[in-house]
Design a protein around this ligand. Structure first.
Ligand SMILES: *Cc1c(COP(=O)(O)O)cnc(C)c1O
Length: 422
């Protein structure tokens, strides 16, 4: 498709976009009476209008029913979480029983490492990417220390090649091969938060499995953004947060995937709580833990339904649209943003560079040469909401649910003005 850097063209793209109506399903922060150009759905997705009805429903049930709401509410609280598993399974490419919602992301990665990071003599290392998201680095290092290892030697970090901004798949494959006898776990971010790169999760998972190494994925930036086939790829475990591309609200719950082969097994160590025990006998309050035969065995506490409500609301939209349609729009919209960026770059002669490789979701990371923070501040003053990462990177995530082609065009005009103004 040939794109044009005109308002007319952008409007035509919006007019023929089958998902265009979803924009009005979201609430946009306003800037001088107009919706902002929101590029930070990779950090916090916008609020879906339908989410407050779901929260209010629980507030009303609580008011009207008190404790009886656990069983008597229209959507009873005691098994409220079950409603999220089926739609989530579709989003991440899993069987329904492999998925559940609980806790928050870093907590879940720790809990999953209890089960799946089982270091033993000589085989205790964890392979990750260099400069992983800080929380993941802290988690991995503290897990290594918890098991009595020095993080300096326990972590194998796959580096980018000198002068490059992205990783090569073969460097992960080679590193797994090289360290296979000492690796207890591979744990990587499926989509890198900084450069927006989508790792070849299928190939890297296959390599880890071929080498007999456990592999888990942090899908914070992948879930609801790119196609995932966790079950078919034979991933061991994964976790994601829901407040980025899944629009569930600030700090909200995390989803987990646990491969079917680990379900209903007695020999897998796990930290346990009453919401993981068989629901048929849960309220008999017996001393023995009888694990649920699905991923819920990893649940500890009774469901925080107030937090689940907006997540469930948001998932109804994913159900309506489906990942295929969402991804199709995402690719077009991101390609249009890339075109706009390159057009502006030519016009102003190379003031920045896109560091996101071809393998990408909807995020483009732009490295600014020359101008930095001042350009970012200019964009903000004009009603654009991008994201700033040190030392000089602006992250832009056009989200297919609510960003428009017109947003991209208007952004290009503002960016050009900001660069020329310096
Ligand atoms: C956003 C993000 C997190 C955040 O973790 P929380 O526990 O939800 O605060 C962790 N890891 C990655 C890779 C992220 O992108």
């Amino acid at each position: 498709m040939t794109f044009e850097n005109t308002l007319d063209f952008a409007k035509k793209m919006d007019a023929s976009d089958p998902l265009a109506s979803y924009r009005s399903e979201f609430i946009f922060p306003q800037h001088e009476g107009h919706p902002v150009i929101y590029f930070t759905g990779n950090s916090l997705g916008l609020q879906p209008k339908r989410s407050s009805a779901y929260v209010n429903e629980i507030m009303a049930d609580w008011a009207n029913l008190g404790v009886e709401g656990h069983f008597e509410a229209d959507k009873p609280w005691w098994d409220y979480h079950e409603r999220l598993a089926a739609p989530l399974a579709k989003i991440v490419g899993a069987r329904e029983e492999e998925v559940t919602v609980m806790n928050t992301l870093t907590v879940n990665l720790h809990l999953l490492m209890v089960s799946f990071y089982r270091p033993e003599k000589g085989r205790y290392k964890i392979l990750c990417e260099e400069k992983a998201f800080p929380s993941d680095q802290y988690m991995l290092k503290s897990q290594a220390r918890f098991h009595g290892y020095d993080p300096e030697t326990a972590l194998v970090e796959v580096q980018k090649r000198p002068g490059e901004h992205h990783w090569h798949t073969e460097d992960f494959l080679d590193a797994i091969e090289e360290h296979k006898d000492e690796l207890a776990l591979v744990l990587l971010g499926g989509v890198n938060y900084y450069n927006g790169q989508v790792l070849d999760m299928e190939a890297i998972t296959a390599k880890a499995k071929a080498c007999g190494v456990m592999i888990g994925w942090d899908l914070a930036h992948a879930a609801g953004n790119v196609e995932l086939k966790l079950h078919d790829w034979d991933v061991d475990f994964a976790a994601w947060c829901s407040y980025k591309y899944m629009n569930s609200g600030p700090g909200n719950l995390s989803g987990v995937f646990i491969n079917q082969r680990y379900l209903d097994r007695k020999d897998i160590p796990r930290f346990e709580g009453w919401w993981g025990t068989k629901k048929e006998t849960r309220f008999l309050m017996k001393p023995e833990f009888e694990p649920m035969a699905n991923a819920e065995a990893w649940q500890l506490s009774n469901a925080p339904v107030m937090a689940m409500a907006p997540y469930l609301a948001s998932l109804t939209m994913f159900e309506e649209v489906g990942m295929d349609a969402l991804r199709a729009k995402s690719q077009k919209l991101t390609a249009y943003l890339e075109f706009i960026l390159k057009t502006v770059e030519t016009e102003v002669q190379g003031s920045f560079e896109i560091i996101t490789p071809e393998e990408r979701g909807c995020q483009l990371s732009v490295f600014l040469h020359g101008q930095g923070r001042s350009l970012f501040d200019f964009l903000m003053s004009k009603g654009v909401l991008p994201d700033w990462r040190e030392p000089n990177v602006i992250r832009l995530a056009p989200v297919p649910f609510y960003n428009s082609f017109e947003d991209m065009y208007r952004f290009g005009q503002i960016l050009k003005e900001g660069i020329l103004k310096k």
